[in-house]
Design a protein around this ligand. Structure first.
Ligand code: N01
Length: 541
C-alpha cells in the first residue's frame, strides 16, 4: 500500500486503501489523516450531512457539556484560531455548523457518500480485503476498514407493549426530526431522565400545556452556568492553544486543565471544608464539580459526601418535598454519567409539570391516548423517548461484521466486547474501531480521544507501509490481558457500582461488562509504548 499505488486508484474506484464508516468527528478527522498520509479513503455515512451525533441529536436544548474551547479539533492551528464559539458550552446547531465548516475547509465531502448505511463487512483472507455492503445493496472494497461509528449512535427504544398504538407523534431525542417541533398547547410526556432529558425538559416545559416526566432512576445534575464565551479567556487560550490542548491531554478525562482539580481527599477536608469546596464548584457550574476533591470517583465514602451535597441542593431547589425526594438519586454521584443542566430541577416547580415514579413496575403499556404505569392511565398528545442508546457496542453489532473464517463479531462478543486497546479485535484483521470499548472514549472529552486514536491508526498504517506489511491483527492473549486490565482499572473506581449504560445495564438482555477505560494519560502512554515496540500485542503479516 504505497502512496504512489494509492494515487493510481482514485477514490470511487474498486479498491480503497481505507473505508471509513461514519462522518462524525472521528470519520472526518480519519479522512483528513488518510489524505495527509497519501492513502485513498472513502467515508460511508448514513446521514445526509457530516456531524455524527450532532447531526442526529437535535432535541430542544441539546448542547455539549464540555467547554467549547475544548470540544473542538486541535489538529490544525489555523482552524482552532479562526473558529469563534459564542458560548461557554456550545449549542447543537453551532457544533453542527463547526462540523460543516471543517468539512468545507478541508474539502471533505468529495470523499463522503451520504445516505449510505453500512450493514455488512466481510474480510477476504486471500486478498486481504474488506468487502463492505450498504443497505441499498452497494458493495465497497478496501484494505483497511475504520469504524468511526460513535459510542452513542444506536437509539435505545424500549420494547413496551402497545408501542405502535399511540395515536400522536413520538420522538426519540437521538433521532429528532430536522424540521422544528412545536409543543405549544400540547400535553407532552417524556420517558427518561438522563442527559438528553435533563437538557430538553426545561425547554419542552416552556412550550407544553402539560408535561409529564416518567422517571425510572433519579439523576444527579449540576448547573451549567452557561454564558457567552468570555473574550479575555478565549484570547488567553488562543495565545497558546497548543499548550492548552497538551495540558488537557494530561488530565484523567482529557479535559478541564482550567478547572484547578483539587487532588486532596474529601475525607480529610472536614465538614466545613467540603461544603465550601462543593459550593464553590456548584457556583462555577459544569463537570468540574467532581474535581472538588481527588477521590470523588475513587472512594465510595468521598463520593457519598458529594452525593449528599447534590441531594441537599435538590431539596433546596424543588419546593414540593415529595417531588424533591423522588428527584433525589441514591446511587453514587457520577456513577451514571453526571448531567449538566440549565434549570432542570427548578422545572418541577412549575404547576403544569409533574414527575411520575416508574422505578417499581416500569411502563406497563402504551395506549392510543397515552400510557399505563402503576395501574394508572396517563393521557397526552406527544411522546418523547429520552431513553438513550445501545452504547459503545450497539452500532457495531447491528452490522454483520465477519472476520477470519467467517467469524461474526456478534459471536465473538457474545460475553461482552473483547479487543486490544479498544482499537482492534483478534480475528478481525485490518479493522480499527475509533473510541471502541476498552478505550477511555466516553469517560473523556470525545474529541481528545478521537484525535488520539486517529493519530495512532494513521501512524500504524504509515509504519506498515514503510515495513511492507499488509495485515495487522490483535493478538488473542494481548486482548484477554487488555480486557482484564480494563476491568481491574474500572474496579478501582465507583463507576461499575450502578446500572449505567457504561455497563450496558440500560438495554434489556445486554451483557453486563464495564466498557470504557478510566484514565486517558496512562492509556495514551500505553498506546505510544505499543507503537514504539513495533506494535507489540499485534500480529503483523
Ligand atoms: O441517555 P441515558 P441520554 N423505561 O441512557 C431511561 C451523552 N449525552 O440520551 O437510568 C423507562 O443517559 C433511563 O433510566 P435508567 C452523555 O454521555 C451528552 O440521556 O436506565 N425509562 C434514563 O433515565 C449521556 O450520558 C450530552 O433507569 C427508561 C434515560 O431513559 C449519554 O449521551 C447530552 C427505559 C436514558 O438516559 C446518554 O444520554 C445528551 C425504559 N424502558 C447526551 N429505558 C451532553 O453533552 C431507558 N430509560 C450534555
Amino acid at each position: 500500500m504505497h502512496a504512489r499505488q494509492a494515487a493510481a486508484r482514485p477514490s470511487g474506484k474498486a479498491v480503497h486503501d481505507l473505508l471509513i464508516v461514519g462522518a462524525g468527528f472521528a470519520g472526518m478527522y480519519m479522512l483528513v489523516k488518510a489524505r495527509e498520509l497519501g492513502f485513498t479513503a472513502q467515508v460511508l455515512e448514513t446521514g445526509m450531512d457530516v456531524g455524527g451525533t450532532w447531526y442526529w441529536n437535535r432535541y430542544p436544548g441539546a448542547r455539549c457539556d464540555i467547554e467549547s474551547l475544548e470540544y473542538s479539533y486541535g489538529f490544525d492551528e489555523a482552524l482552532q484560531q479562526e473558529w469563534k464559539w459564542s458560548e461557554r458550552f456550545a449549542p447543537q446547531p453551532e457544533i453542527l455548523d463547526y462540523a460543516r465548516h471543517v468539512a468545507q475547509r478541508f474539502d471533505l465531502k468529495r470523499d463522503i457518500r451520504f445516505g449510505t448505511r453500512v450493514v455488512s463487512a466481510r474480510f477476504d483472507e486471500a486478498a486481504n480485503l474488506w468487502h463492505v455492503g450498504s443497505e441499498a445493496g452497494e458493495l465497497f472494497q478496501a484494505r483497511f476498514l475504520v469504524m468511526a461509528t460513535g459510542c452513542l449512535s444506536s437509539a435505545n427504544l424500549p420494547a413496551i407493549a402497545g408501542m405502535e398504538s399511540f395515536a400522536g407523534p413520538t420522538y426519540h431525542t437521538g433521532r429528532w426530526p430536522h424540521e422544528p417541533v412545536d409543543f405549544t398547547g400540547q400535553r407532552v410526556a417524556v420517558i427518561g431522565t438522563g442527559s438528553s432529558a435533563v437538557q430538553s425538559i426545561p425547554i419542552i416545559a416552556r412550550q407544553a400545556r402539560e408535561l409529564t416526566v416518567f422517571q425510572r432512576t433519579a439523576t444527579y445534575s449540576v448547573p451549567a452556568r452557561n454564558a457567552p464565551l468570555d473574550a479575555a479567556y478565549e484570547a488567553r487560550v488562543k495565545a497558546d492553544y497548543r499548550g492548552f490542548r497538551a495540558r488537557n491531554e494530561r488530565m484523567p478525562a482529557g479535559f478541564g486543565s482550567n478547572l484547578n482539580a483539587n487532588p486532596a481527599s474529601a475525607l480529610e477536608a472536614g465538614a466545613e471544608g467540603r461544603e465550601r469546596a462543593f459550593e464553590e464548584r456548584w457556583r462555577q457550574g459544569g463537570l468540574g464539580f467532581t474535581r472538588a476533591f481527588g477521590d470523588i470517583v475513587l472512594n465510595a465514602e468521598a463520593n457519598a459526601y458529594a452525593a449528599a451535597f447534590v441531594r441537599r441542593k435538590i431539596s433546596a431547589l424543588v419546593r414540593d418535598p415529595a417531588t424533591a425526594a423522588l428527584l433525589s438519586p441514591s446511587q453514587p454521584v457520577a456513577c451514571k454519567r453526571l448531567c449538566v443542566d440549565s434549570g432542570y430541577y427548578e422545572t418541577f416547580n412549575l404547576p403544569h409539570v409533574r414527575l411520575v415514579d416508574i422505578s417499581q413496575g416500569g411502563i406497563e403499556r402504551i395506549t392510543p391516548h397515552g400510557l399505563v404505569a402503576g395501574a394508572q392511565d396517563y393521557s397526552f398528545d406527544a411522546l418523547v423517548f429520552a431513553t438513550g442508546f445501545d452504547a459503545m457496542t450497539g452500532t457495531l453489532l447491528r452490522m454483520d461484521i465477519r472476520g477470519r473464517g467467517g467469524l461474526a463479531l456478534g459471536e465473538k462478543w457474545r460475553a461482552g466486547p473483547l479487543n486490544y486497546l479498544g482499537l482492534m479485535v483478534a480475528g478481525f484483521p485490518n479493522l480499527f474501531t475509533i473510541t471502541g470499548p476498552g478505550s477511555p472514549s466516553v469517560l473523556t472529552n470525545m474529541i481528545v480521544s478521537i484525535e488520539q486514536h486517529v493519530r495512532w491508526i494513521g501512524a500504524c498504517l504509515a509504519w506498515m507501509r514503510a515495513q511492507g506489511r499488509r495485515r495487522i491483527e490483535a493478538n488473542a492473549s494481548a486482548e484477554r490481558a487488555w480486557v482484564g486490565h480494563v476491568n481491574e482499572v474500572a474496579g478501582q473506581t465507583i463507576f461499575p457500582g450502578c446500572n449505567s449504560w457504561y455497563l450496558g445495564a440500560n438495554v434489556p438482555g445486554k451483557v453486563r461488562v464495564f466498557m470504557p477505560l478510566p484514565g486517558f494519560p496512562a492509556y495514551d502512554e500505553k498506546c505510544r509504548a505499543v507503537a514504539a515496540a513495533a506494535y507489540e500485542g499485534f500480529e503483523l503479516a
